[in-house]
Ligand binder design. Sequence first.
Ligand SMILES: Cc1ncc(COP(=O)(O)O)c(C=O)c1O
Length: 399
Amino acid sequence: MLRLAQRMSRAKPSAIMVIADKAKKLKAEGRDIVNFSIGVPNFLPGAHVYEAARKALDADTGQYGSNRGRDDLLDAFIAHLARAGLPGYQRENIAVGVGAKQVIYNLAEALLDEGDEIAFPTPYWTSYLDIAEIVGAKVKLLPCPSSQHYKLTPDQLDTAITPTTRVFLFNNPSNPTGMVYTREEIAALASVLVRKPDTWIITDDIYHRMVFDGLGYHNFVHSRPELRERTIFIDSLSKTYGMPGWRVGFMAGPVAVAKAVVTLNSNHITNIPEITTAAAVAAFSGPQDVTERQCADFALRRDRVVAALTAIPGVSCPRPQGAFYAFPDISSAFGRRHGSTRIDNDVDFCAALLDAKGVACVPGSAFGEPRALRISYTCPLPQLDAGLKRIAEFCGELT
Ligand SMILES: Cc1ncc(COP(=O)(O)O)c(C=O)c1O
């Protein structure tokens, strides 16, 4: 009998894409839609990036490239790591991929056998769960509700990580909550992790250039350098340089782990293209003003979003300090009605909001937190303000 592999019964299309597609469809039908659903930075990279890509096109060899990534790209990434306070990596510590998502997928294959445990805080980025399930890992979720500002505590981490926890996956700044850990919070978690020698640590820090309020970016390795031998740092061009469609991601970590990812690359993708490589080198090595300007702009938007959301009776929103997401708790709406539509959960809330007001948000359950929804606030300002106003109207109409 013809059948798909068992693992496909565990594979789901991304919940975020489902909402984004519905919003796109309604827009194509002529509805006035404000799309807060998809996590795109909504800016383009600097002119030097396009110039490098054009030059690479003129000099194209058309050949296969390195499974690890071209040397000049590895060097540019190593310099970028040093600027993030992580100096001393060599080319053999690095591997590239088709976006951070593919790097994380490779790491899941490289580090987790079927039934192995991976632990991560909840709310989590949707693909963590989806990828873990596809590779057949056992997932341990560490709940971090809004009452603890969506942040993991050292005691929680200490209890959760056992000698059988193969991987601890950590995301800072966070998608979906926008939370950023302070230096002290990172140090406290790192002190727990040094006592868990059997666990690999993956820090998905792809938003680390988008931190507000002078909080700075902190990594476990900054506070406990000895963790470097089992910590894998993830990065991406997508959000930092406004290049999500270019699909370039990275890992830096122990030589054996980078080698495993390179081996998987040799079987999956072979290499990332020459033109993309040249653009990526330019992004890391050229002027950083676009990223810096965008970060300042996102901080201002964050203020607008938090002010608008916290003015809505019953809605609370821990203040994001990075990335470009807000994750308000809207659970006070559960059990109420909008017109004739009953709202029992986050999915009902988001569906009714999209139908009634044309505002697309992602239900929090996509991130393991069904009391909330995610707003990605990178759209043009007039749309941002209109969308926030419509959410307030919608909440005001609940009976
Ligand atoms: C936390 C987090 N990690 C990884 C990714 C994947 O990024 P990339 O576009 O590099 O695949 C995303 C994308 O939304 C993300 O939010």
